[in-house]
Design a protein around this ligand. Structure first.
Ligand SMILES: [Zn+2]
Length: 132
């Protein structure tokens, strides 16, 4: 059994994709795990004017949770465009032939252990804090 059992209370279970639903450290750890680029279109923080975001592979509205295995890095543009579309249809629509490659990328990355990335994220955030 996973240690953090889902709390019965629905806190902030709105569809609003604000930034409060996930700890900043975990968010950054997932960005790092996925190579800081959009899993769907490949945009990076530098190449895209859109900030990175986290996409629920199984949309939250369809019962998808906030654990790292259900989250993938993508740019805000792709995130908005996908909305609540199911992953398979979205990949087909967006990527056509490249769908398989991206699907594999997603499987590979979501299977990774997040622990080392959390350590890295923590270090980055600590460095940022001391810079101020
Ligand atoms: Zn994108």
């Amino acid at each position: 059994m996973p240690k953090a059992k889902m709390t019965g209370k629905k806190r902030d279970n709105k569809k609003n994709h604000g930034s409060k639903w996930i700890r900043p450290e975990k968010r950054l750890a997932i960005y790092l795990r996925d190579g800081m680029c959009c899993a769907y279109c490949g945009a990076t923080v530098e190449s895209s004017k859109e900030p990175l975001s986290l996409d629920h592979l199984l949309p939250a509205s369809k019962g998808g949770g906030n654990h790292e295995g259900n989250l993938i890095t993508c740019c805000l543009k792709c995130n908005r465009r996908r909305g609540d579309m199911d992953l398979d249809s979205w990949l087909s629509q967006e990527l056509g032939d490249k769908k398989e490659t991206v699907a594999k990328f997603i499987v590979k990355h979501t299977a990774k252990d997040l622990k080392p990335f959390k350590v890295e994220a923590k270090a980055i955030r600590a460095r940022r804090r001391t810079k101020k």
